[in-house]
Each structure stands twice: as structure tokens, then as C-alpha cells.
Design a protein around this ligand. Structure first.
Ligand code: FPP
Length: 252
């Protein structure tokens, strides 16, 4: 007789298994607002509060890198008033939150094509990036006017410009986020199961976690659930599974 199939689900490993780098697609602001008969822009405002909670949570859990998708290259196709409101929200957040972030030990930077952004906004972004955080606890990257395909193309152009042959290594050197580890965990809220042109290159081996929670409702418990789920995953990076004991539990 065949032995019983071991359970596929491993118990949560030690609490020390925290992803070093978490990436987040903060989806569902519009629906959250519409369900409350509010304008979509109100959803983004509450979304900004959820982002502040997420940053605090990541610091508390010991996540070292957090990358969030704030505005995609495709988001320009939204109604003009929504785009304007989002840009105003980013400016407001930069003006109000930079000092507080630094006080929490969070250093901030942006990735994406800045060329279509207003000069005043670009200057605030630069100032925020220049604020010195001694002993950073969390490196927060905000992807703004970012697209994964744009990132690959700009990296290829940069590699060719330096006369390099196109290889995985020469391209990787020029990708946005080349200086930090690739995301261990991608969280997408809002119920859709797609990447939406986020970090296409960098997510090659990332664990994907989809939640039906709408972004403004994503709270401390939601983050803890995502981290807990991550802690149960077995990451193989193309290798064979790690050794299991007869009960099916992972031991290495
Ligand atoms: C997607 O929800 C969300 C966005 C396009 C904007 C994300 C921005 C924030 C969370 C605001 C705070 C950010 C910063 C950096 C201060 P959606 O509008 O597509 O929602 P829907 O799918 O319900 O329409």
C-alpha cells in the first residue's frame, strides 16, 4: 500500500522568516470609494493612509525593503481630474510625510520616468531622496510613472550605450532597483491576479500573494496574514524540493 500523501502545506516556520523585500500593488482604491458613494479620489486619499500603516508595519516586522506601485505608465489614461488629484496627493504626501519617514528610519526614493512630471514635483522628489537617514531601517521605493517594460527598455539602452553585450548580467546592472535584492514577496490587493506591468524583470522568482481586500482596508492584520503566508512557502529557485520528514514537514 502507498504511504499517505503528506500535507502540501508546511507549518509556519520560525518568526524569523520575514521577506527582506516586499513589493506591493495597491489596488482597489476606486472601488473602495465607489462602494461608499464617494469620488474615486477619496479612495486614493484613504489609500495613502493605508500606505503609512504598511510602512510602519514593515518597520515593525523587520522588512528591509518595500517597493510600492503608486502610478503606472498606463495610469495617464485615467480621467484628467483623477490624474491631477493623484499628483496633488503625491505632492502633499511629499510635503507632509518626508520628515516623519526619516524620523522612523525610512529612506525614500522613486523609480520611473520623471520626465513628464512637473518640475516642482520632481524637485520635491529629489529633496526627499536627499534627506539623510542614518542607519535606515526600511528603504521605501515608490514606483511613479513606472512600467516594467519601460524599465527593461531603459536598461537595454543603458547597457548598449556603455558598449556592453546584452546579457542577463549587463541588463540586470541597469534595471531600476539593481542595487537592492529582488522582491521576495509581491502583495496585490483588490482581487485581481495579475502583475500589471510592475517589476517584470525583478519578480522572476518572487512569491505572489493576492488578497481580495481593497487597498484602503489593508491593515496590520492584512500585512501579518501576508507575511504569515510567505513564511509557509518553500522557495526553490528552480532547484529540487528540500528534504522532508515522513510526516511531510519541511526540515531543511
Ligand atoms: C489603484 O487603485 C491605485 C492607484 C492607481 C494609486 C495608488 C496610490 C495610492 C495608494 C495613494 C498613495 C500613494 C502615495 C505614494 C502617497 P485603483 O484606483 O485602480 O482602484 P480600482 O481598481 O478599484 O479602480
Amino acid at each position: 500500500m502507498l504511504p499517505p500523501m503528506p500535507s502540501k502545506r508546511s507549518p509556519r516556520k520560525s518568526p524569523a522568516v520575514v521577506p527582506r523585500h516586499v513589493a506591493v500593488v495597491m489596488d482597489g482604491n476606486g472601488r473602495w470609494a465607489t462602494r461608499r458613494l464617494l469620488p474615486r479620489t477619496a479612495g486614493h486619499k484613504f489609500g495613502a493612509e493605508a500606505l503609512k500603516r504598511l510602512v510602519r508595519g514593515c518597520v515593525q516586522h523587520g522588512v528591509s525593503y518595500l517597493t510600492v506601485f503608486a502610478f503606472s505608465s498606463e495610469n495617464w489614461k485615467r480621467p484628467a481630474e483623477e490624474v491631477t488629484a493623484l499628483m496633488a496627493l503625491f505632492v502633499q504626501a511629499l510635503e507632509r510625510e518626508t520628515a516623519e519617514l526619516a524620523a522612523q528610519g525610512v529612506c525614500l526614493r522613486f523609480v520611473g520616468d520623471r520626465s513628464p512630471l512637473q518640475e516642482s514635483m520632481r524637485s520635491l522628489m529629489q529633496q526627499a531622496e536627499n534627506s539623510v537617514v542614518t542607519e535606515p531601517r526600511l528603504r521605501l521605493t515608490v514606483a511613479l510613472n513606472y512600467g516594467g517594460r519601460w524599465d527593461i527598455v531603459q536598461a537595454a539602452r543603458a547597457a548598449l550605450a556603455e558598449g556592453a553585450e546584452l546579457t542577463e548580467q549587463s541588463l540586470a546592472r541597469h534595471m531600476c532597483l539593481a542595487d537592492i535584492p529582488e522582491p521576495d514577496l509581491l502583495i496585490r490587493t483588490g482581487g485581481d491576479h495579475r502583475i500589471s506591468n510592475f517589476l517584470l524583470w525583478q519578480l522572476a522568482y518572487t512569491e505572489l500573494y493576492f488578497s481580495s481586500t481593497l487597498w484602503p482596508d489593508f491593515d496590520e492584520k492584512s500585512l501579518a496574514d501576508a507575511l504569515d503566508d510567505f513564511a509557509r512557502r518553500e522557495r526553490r529557485f528552480g532547484r529540487v524540493p528540500t528534504r522532508t520528514d515522513p510526516s511531510g514537514l519541511r526540515v531543511a
